[in-house]
Write a protein of this length. Structure first.
Length: 112
């Protein structure tokens, strides 16, 4: 049976780019913060301890370009911006959940 994950090791693989974005410094945290529904920028920032405005903006833009996050501008004065996971983003967080549970168990010393 072929190992499909080997393709992600190739430099020219489009999946590798997405993987790099998700596993970047703030990627998993941003996706996780949006898991329970739409949030405004300051709400995401408040959930992720230590993220700078610059890095959060960059990560949200990257995820919007990747199709993981939808950015919606609400025409108020001043305009409000809401971020939410797309179907692809929801699927990604669903796939990340077992990994994050493993991380929590490992840190707690319960992995086995």
């Amino acid at each position: 049976m072929p190992d499909d994950s080997k393709e992600l090791l190739r430099r020219d693989c489009a999946g590798r780019t997405l993987l790099d974005h998700i596993t970047g410094k703030w990627g998993i945290q941003v996706l996780t913060s949006l898991k329970n529904g739409p949030l405004r920028f300051h709400q995401v920032r408040a959930l992720i301890d230590g993220v700078s405005d610059k890095m959060l903006t960059q990560t949200l833009r990257t995820f919007a370009d990747d199709g993981l996050v939808e950015r919606t501008v609400i025409p108020t004065s001043p305009p409000s911006v809401v971020y939410q996971l797309t179907n692809l983003g929801v699927e990604a967080t669903r796939e990340l959940d077992p990994f994050l549970r493993w991380v929590r168990r490992s840190v707690a010393g319960d992995a086995g």
